[in-house]
Design a protein around this ligand. Structure first.
Ligand SMILES: Nc1ncnc2c1ncn2[C@@H]1O[C@H](COP(=O)(O)OP(=O)(O)OP(=O)(O)O)[C@@H](O)[C@H]1O
Ligand SMILES: [Mg+2]
Length: 477
């Protein structure tokens, strides 16, 4: 039972008490009234807490039909059962027409009453539960495509949930491929505007003159070629969200118009004189440093101030490496499904190397690498030799940062000979080569690449160390 109320309105004491007792016995919360005007007063004041009103038809002052009419005026979701004297079927029909859900005839059968009540209240409870689940699902769904549980991303999710329900302008910055468009979309999906349009427009890809009419629309004859009226993106997304992607590339002239729209929520179509009001929510994104652009006189400072009120900065992938394994799994799942390679796995070594790489192209680059790995995979496990050279060969800024060396580098600095002063150079080289080879599962091609020496040099060295040639495992993919 979830504590919602049933109100009984019945002037006849025995019937009222009988119903009250029958329902309370079943655990319902019941409140009963002998006078209908007082009942109505209560219902009006507490309508949000009431599931069901059971009302008698014939009562002094205000009869059941009148009461139903009054209750129906309240916007809330209150169900009504009318109780009629035997034979007044017409009133029952009228009550149902007015919006009552059910009716019962006197003399009352308490078993029947409980059955009807349970049906109505049970449905309501179910509906509430479904709505609750839906809300939770909505919330989950709208973030489910954004992978990441690093502190940086968690903080970002929190901020999104805070700003999304508002209509305020949002600036999203981050390097290329960090997911700016994805975040802009999440803001829209988590806002009350989610059922209206989300329109992204790339300010860098469209020449300034065309961009203006794309954004604001134009009137017929506004310029050569303007054969009819065109509705711009601001108008189209009036109830939704407009993403101005790469806002740093917008011309100064358009920036002024944008500022006006943000401040006054109105604009004119190109070649028009009518002032058009819009409610469009604006999200702007860029991978440029807008402060630098302001300094260079290429971005309006007043516009930047307006945009910066809500500023979401997406950290580059190399600053949230704990997200990399999650993203690897995410894309592995997506691409193995897409390319029909179910069951394909990825070796721990590969994951380690991918976690160490700096990802200048951020998530987009990782996504592309994963797709290519899946497409070209020949065995059941993706191994180091399949990684692109620039990734295997790179050490990543991370490996020099000192902490947690074992995870980042192939060699664990602490128990390596390398740091012990006085170790002969030849021994250092030998250890480096053998450990690298071990980390590469004996794959000499990959080891040579990582070591930055030729394959034949590596083979010669191994021969010197007495590594049998029969162990050859280069396969030369
Ligand atoms: N956290 C993430 N989880 C899952 N996929 C992501 C994530 N971040 C980015 N992506 C994916 O990476 C690709 C690039 O993302 P997006 O286009 O949003 O980047 P961007 O910041 O707008 O880049 P650019 O500045 O180059 O336009 C998209 O395919 C996107 O789905
Ligand atoms: Mg983008």
């Amino acid at each position: 039972m979830d504590g919602r109320l049933i109100v009984i309105v019945e002037d006849e004491d025995s019937a009222r008490l009988g119903m009250e007792r029958a329902l309370k016995k079943k655990g319902y919360q019941v409140l009963s009234f002998a006078e209908s005007p007082r009942a109505l007063e209560y219902i009006k004041a507490n309508s949000g807490e009431i599931d069901l009103v059971i009302t008698d038809l014939r009562m002094p002052e205000m009869d059941g039909i009148q009461l139903i009419q009054e209750i129906m005026k309240l916007a809330d979701d209150i169900s009504i059962i009318l109780v009629t004297a035997f034979g007044s079927i017409e009133s029952a029909v009228e009550a149902m027409k007015l919006g009552a859900e059910d009716y019962l005839s006197k003399p009352l059968d308490m078993f029947e009453l409980r059955k009807r009540v349970e049906k109505i209240v049970g449905n309501k409870r179910l509906k509430r539960e479904v709505n609750l689940l839906k809300q939770r699902l909505d919330k989950k769904y709208s973030f489910s495509s954004i992978i990441g549980n690093s502190p940086g991303m968690e903080k970002l999710f929190e901020k999104i949930l805070m700003v999304a329900p508002t209509s305020s302008t949002v600036l999203i910055t981050g390097e290329s491929g960090t997911g700016k468009e994805l975040i802009a979309n999440a803001i829209h999906q988590n806002s009350p505007r989610k059922n209206a349009m989300f329109l992204p427009i790339n300010c860098a890809a469209i020449p300034a003159e065309i961009l203006e009419s794309e954004l604001f629309g134009h009137e017929k004859g506004a310029f050569t070629g303007a054969v009819g009226r065109k509705i711009g993106k601001f108008e189209m997304a009036s109830n939704g969200t407009l993403l101005l992607d790469e806002i740093g590339e917008m011309s100064m002239d358009l920036q002024a118009k944008l500022l006006r729209i943000i401040e006054q929520k109105e604009f004119m179509r190109v070649g028009g004189s009518e002032i058009i009001k819009v409610k469009t929510r604006i999200v702007a994104s860029t991978n440029r440093n807008l402060d630098d652009l302001v300094r260079d006189g290429r971005f309006r400072e007043d516009l930047l101030f307006r945009l910066k009120v809500v500023h979401l900065r997406i950290p580059p992938l190399r600053e949230r490496r704990e997200d990399i394994p999650l993203l690897i799994n995410h894309f592995l799942k997506i691409f193995t499904e897409e390319h029909g390679k179910a069951g394909l796995e990825i070796s721990q070594d590969v994951i380690r190397v991918l976690c160490r790489y700096d990802w200048p192209g951020n998530v987009r680059e990782l996504k592309n690498v994963m797709e290519s790995l899946v497409i070209f995979a020949q065995d059941s496990t993706i191994s180091l030799s399949e990684l692109p050279e620039e990734i295997v060969g790179s050490n990543g800024s991370h490996s020099q940062s000192g902490s947690d060396a074992g995870e980042k580098g192939f060699l664990n600095a602490e128990d390596s000979l390398l740091l012990k002063i006085g170790t002969p150079m030849a021994d250092v080289e030998r250890e480096l080569i053998l450990k690298t080879l071990e980390q590469c599962d004996g794959n000499r091609t990959v080891a040579a690449r990582i070591l930055g020496i030729g394959l034949r040099t590596l083979q010669r060295k191994l021969k010197e160390y007495g590594e049998a040639e029969s162990d050859e495992n280069t396969a030369g993919h």
